[in-house]
Design a protein around this ligand. Structure first.
Ligand SMILES: C[S@@+](CC[C@H](N)C(=O)[O-])C[C@H]1O[C@@H](n2cnc3c(N)ncnc32)[C@H](O)[C@@H]1O
Length: 251
């Protein structure tokens, strides 16, 4: 059984091991974030099942998904559990690998490019840079019991980039939390929607104005929020890959 990272969207970002696993799959269990072009790399006769979760619209309970993976693998089929990005970054890959291993089935984890790496590269925003950021935190801004949960400790460290997953639906709250945690309202921030895909859009601004700038664009998931001085480099580095329409310039 292979637990495979499909990367953030562009099929060119699959690893050779991920491609090889897909090409000999009997069954592919995939999330919403896996691009159709990636699924098309499995043999035509392979079964494909969508088992993902959309926020507040759970299509598959984690427990029954774990049972399904175990049953399919026990039938002797080559099962590929294909997850967006990297399976071990905000993807419950650890829980899935543990439950498969607990059933006595060997599991191979094939890493993928996580959204932060893919979005940053395709948006021309280096996550670290000698002049702007010496560290980068990957964090999630998921809601739990209605409120967003951000661990404020360390968020406002100088010369640090924050890559914030799942932050779009609570963007205003996230930006407020970051300023409450000590970041200046003028801190540069960017949203990367559908990063690495041909219709990627990048919107830049500051913690103070990004929510207002985002509203008329009606950005949709998946979108990654990048916060920190490295965002200043977007204007110079976004290059040919950035298919996004013109966006408001950073102040
Ligand atoms: C449940 S997390 C899964 C993360 C995934 N395991 C990874 O390593 O990228 C989903 C979040 O990842 C981010 N994301 C994933 N793919 C993305 C993409 N192509 N463009 C922008 N953000 C993306 C978004 O913030 C989205 O809400």
């Amino acid at each position: 059984m292979d637990l495979v990272g499909a990367g953030p969207g562009d099929p060119g970002l699959l690893t050779l091991d991920a491609l090889a696993a897909l090409q000999c799959a009997d069954v592919v269990l995939h999330d919403r974030l896996v691009a159709d072009e990636v699924l098309a790399l499995a043999p035509p006769e392979a079964e494909r099942h969508y088992v993902g979760k959309a926020r507040a619209r759970h299509s598959y309970e984690q427990g029954s998904l774990n049972e399904l993976m175990v049953e399919l693998a026990q039938d002797g089929r080559h099962v590929v559990r294909l997850k967006g990005g990297d399976p071990f970054v905000f993807g419950r890959g650890g829980e899935e690998a543990a439950s498969i291993a607990a059933a006595g089935i060997p599991v191979r984890v094939i890493p993928g490019i996580t959204a932060a790496g893919g979005c940053a590269a395709y948006a021309g925003i280096p996550l670290t840079h000698r002049d702007y950021a010496h560290s980068c935190q990957f964090i999630t801004a998921r809601r739990r019991h209605g409120a967003i949960e951000l661990d404020r400790d360390g968020l406002a460290r100088p010369r640090q980039t924050l890559a914030i997953y799942m932050g779009l639906s609570a963007l205003g709250e996230v930006c407020d939390e970051l300023t409450d945690a000590g970041l200046a309202p003028a801190t540069p921030a960017a949203l990367v929607e559908r990063g690495t895909l041909p219709d990627q859009r990048v919107l830049t601004g500051t913690l103070a104005n990004l929510p207002d700038r985002a509203r008329p664009l009606a950005l949709r998931s998946p979108t990654l929020l990048i916060v920190g001085d490295v965002v200043r480099l977007h204007a110079a580095l976004h290059g040919e890959r950035d298919a996004s329409p013109p966006v408001p310039a950073l102040e």
